[in-house]
Design a protein around this ligand. Structure first.
Ligand SMILES: Nc1ncnc2c1ncn2[C@@H]1O[C@H](COP(=O)(O)OP(=O)(O)OP(=O)(O)O)[C@@H](O)[C@H]1O
Length: 254
């Protein structure tokens, strides 16, 4: 991958929870404006790696990290890095939709408001644009003051994506974003992910190999805290180099 195409890259990344090593020497490039999927069996470290990209593991007691993560060629762990500003650029969507107990409008306006924007006209424009980009505007534009909790699960997840988009990130981290959703809501999120990569870089953790092959351009296969193989999604799913990857994608273990 050309250096200009890389937005993030882990270099010799090791992570320990206390004595337990959860990531070992992970070297993974993330291509700009593409979708990268992280797959592998339960407990292999997918979510741990995802959380490293916006330093969410800083909040975990006993967690120690060595190695680097370069974001636009600068190490995100360097002393003095503004973590709040970085998390604005590298947003996160979780497994369970987690809207605030506020109105639809206020959920989306929350981030920009916290970052100091007060002008109602500007906020209105951001809310509309974010909801449109999250493919939710058509369904909610006439009830923006209704409680977000009244939306369906799939709508709540798209609202959470809109909330992330409202602060103009470059990268969106998604941790199993469809695992709490039914197949119809899942397919809406999957087609949204495809649209999002025009303007954003997406990294998605998924248990579903079919989802990884549908939505991603690149795939990393992890096992026991190591990145076993990384490459174009089609190659990983049709002719991987490693026997372990082949055994996983053909369902010999899971
Ligand atoms: N806060 C924590 N403290 C201690 N150990 C942890 C913590 N979070 C995760 N682990 C351990 O680190 C390893 C990797 O966990 P992680 O959740 O990243 O895996 P995963 O591949 O995302 O799994 P799953 O698919 O089940 O979500 C596991 O052995 C897990 O038990």
């Amino acid at each position: 991958m050309d250096n200009n195409d890389k937005i993030l890259e882990t270099k010799n990344l090791d992570l320990y929870y206390g004595e337990k090593q959860a990531l070992t020497d992970v070297n993974l490039p993330i291509a700009k404006n593409k979708v990268t999927a992280l797959i592998g069996p339960s407990g292999c470290g997918k979510s741990t790696l995802l959380r490293c990209f916006n330093r969410m593991n800083d909040l975990v007691d006993n967690c120690r990290i060595t190695g680097k993560i370069l974001y636009h060629d600068e190490d995100i762990f360097r002393p003095g890095n503004d973590v709040v500003a970085m998390r604005k650029k590298i947003g996160m969507v979780f497994q369970q939709p987690n809207p605030f107990p506020k109105s639809i409008y206020d959920n989306v306006a929350y981030g920009p408001t916290v970052h100091g924007l007060k002008d109602r006209k500007n906020l209105d424009a951001i809310v509309e644009r974010s909801l449109k980009n999250a493919a939710l505007w058509e369904e909610v534009h006439d009830r923006l003051d209704d409680p977000a909790m009244g939306l369906s699960g799939g709508q709540q997840q798209r609202l959470c994506i809109a909330r992330t988009l409202a602060v103009e990130p470059e990268v969106i981290l998604m941790d199993e974003p469809c695992s709490a959703l039914d197949p119809i809501a899942t397919s809406k999120i999957e087609s949204l992910i495809d649209d999002l990569k025009k303007n954003y870089t997406v990294i998605i953790v998924t248990h579903s190999m079919s989802q990884a092959s549908r939505v991603s351009d690149f795939t990393g296969f992890m096992y026991l805290g190591k990145l076993i193989e990384y490459g174009g999604t089609e190659k990983i799913f049709t002719s991987p180099d490693e026997e372990l990857t082949n055994n996983y994608i053909t369902g010999r273990f899971g």
